[in-house]
Ligand binder design. Sequence first.
Ligand SMILES: *Cc1c(COP(=O)(O)O)cnc(C)c1O
Length: 384
Amino acid sequence: MDTEPPIHIPFNRPWIGSRERTYVAQALEAGWLAGDGPFGQRCAAWLQERFGVRQVLMTPSGTAALELAALLCDLRPGDEVLMPSFTFVSTANAVLRCGARPVFVEIRSDTLNLDESLLDQQATPRTRAVIPVHYAGVGCEMQAILDWARPRGVLVIEDAAQAVNASYRNRPLGSWGDAGVYSFHETKNYSCGEGGALCINRDDWIPRAHILRDKGTNRKQFLRGEVDRYTWHDIGSSFVAAELLMAFLWAQLEQMDELTAKRRTLFERYKEGLADCEKRGDLRLPCWPEHCQPNYHMFYVLTDSESARNALIAHLRRHGIQAVFHYVPLHISPMGRKLGYRAGMLAITERVSSCLLRLPMYAALRKDEQCEVIDAIRQFFGLG
Ligand SMILES: *Cc1c(COP(=O)(O)O)cnc(C)c1O
């Protein structure tokens, strides 16, 4: 029997420093545990300021922020929403929950982002919105997407879950669309375990967003002293983030530049260490157009076949290194098939999904660990 060594370089490890512990302790001491406490307010105001967003609302997850955005779009049964199939399930679920239909668009083979040149041929008179997903923290072609969507009255919701602190044409992602969504999940760059934010970039959506987020009530107006009681005004849910998590997140936001610099160093070391593999044609490494400023969220490699990808995962696993792949394209998942999609409909998405591998990439990854990963990959391809 082949026994594998334990994993000593996991795919992800959270960053938990003394600042995180201090702020969580402060929040406990203050005794405010529900949402929109001092830390929650600080996180929202800081994100708003730093990324030039009209209103940021902290949410329990990126998923919740997507659901809130879909409600704000007022999607109705029969409406269609364009999005890539190469994304996390939450992008599509948010739309389906409103009774609308996700329409999957092919991706570009360079950035793996939604191919903006295909929007027109996929649109119908029922197209209500488009959700560009900024994969790996690299921006979609927002200018072209907005130029296409605006004259047609199509709403634009950015799934910037992976793109916090990344920019496109020097303007932060999340600030381009009608709304944008951030995630602070454990696997993202800046995290509190589970968390998210909704960025709203149009004033006319702000009052309703507060109501939908607070169970459909006008509690926000009540807290501001604008009304003498609060009550039910609209559909809603509890899209509010708890204060202890916001205390943890505040520590990470304060360290944003430092955490990003660590990821950049790691990213560049991978790129350099694997450059020969790319030159020989064994691997394709991440790339982006010059007008994108990424946040170094992910380091993926693309092999030339699914069997090579799976063999590389197994090889790394035998060295105690955990590498993972994603996404099962939504259009060929069991749910995608129920929506009428079939394998073969989106060739680039299907090929990328079967050849992509994500390497360990997080601020807590040490240089010696990363060099081990690089050496193991080079050895796999017969390079010393
Ligand atoms: C992480 C992620 C989400 C969901 O965020 P959660 O905070 O985990 O709910 C949505 N879309 C994309 C593209 C993501 O990467």
